[in-house]
Design a protein around this ligand. Structure first.
Ligand code: ZN
Length: 240
């Protein structure tokens, strides 16, 4: 990020024009020593999974700076909050999915955001994107008419999600569908099986794309989707 842009972002944060979460991003830390560093891992049963690629590997579609902020700070914070919320309670021995299905409020929000982010990291790979092949490609053509129509529907869902949330390709009652959820909500709560997801919270794209969410989502679809991950999830979903 250029210094001018950082200053503009700092001004926007100071005046409350952007979400407070942006203040923990590394670009701001670099220019503003008073900004908080990455939170240390809190003890507990849940741990931050490592990224499945190097932080520089998704550039220029997503910068190392964004992944540093998004994974090391935002995702770590959800994991830390989750560990604090389950400490000393029966939930501490439950799986993430069990907690998600049985909870609401802060416990649900932090558990679901841990799950969503772990799934999002795996939905992308370096030099990904383009079109899938095999059974998933055939299922997309059947469900949406063509890959181009699926792409348009996914972009529309991701860009029309008001405020923070997620866009998904899911299996819903045996059929492929595009879905969108707000805040921490996820397909697991709606009896759907997710195949891939795109994080459309501002913290996912603000450093690289500022307010241009559509440009970020286009880069996600065209350059980042790991279709092998989606195809493996699809094979498991239809085998049930
Ligand atoms: Zn996120």
């Amino acid at each position: 990020m250029k210094r001018r842009d950082v200053l503009q972002l700092s001004t926007a944060i100071a005046t409350g024009l952007v979400l407070p979460s942006i203040t923990s991003c590394s670009s701001v830390v670099a220019e503003n020593p008073s900004a908080p560093p990455a939170p240390p891992a809190a003890p507990g049963p849940f741990t931050l999974p490592p990224l499945p690629y190097a932080k520089e590997a998704l550039a220029p579609a997503i910068s190392a700076e964004t992944l540093d902020c998004h994974h090391d700070k935002h995702h770590q914070a959800y994991v830390n909050n989750l560990n604090k919320l389950v400490a000393g309670k029966p939930d501490a021995s439950k799986s993430l999915e069990e907690i998600i299905l049985a909870s609401d409020g802060p416990l649900f929000n932090n558990a679901a955001q841990d799950w969503n982010h772990s799934f999002y990291w795996k939905s992308m790979k370096p030099a990904g994107g383009g079109e899938p092949t095999g059974a998933l490609a055939e299922a997309i053509a059947t469900a949406f008419g063509s890959f181009a129509k699926f792409r348009t529907e996914f972009l529309t869902a991701a860009t029309s999600q008001f405020g923070s949330g997620w866009a998904w390709l899911v299996v819903d009652q045996g059929k492929l569908a595009v879905a969108k959820t707000s805040n921490a909500d996820l397909p697991l709560k709606h009896a759907q099986t997710p195949l891939l997801t795109c994080d459309v919270w501002e913290h996912a794209y603000y450093i690289d794309y500022h307010n241009l969410r559509a440009k970020y989502v286009e880069a996600f679809v065209d350059k980042l989707i790991d279709w092998d991950f989606a195809a493996a999830n699809f094979a498991k979903a239809i085998a049930h």
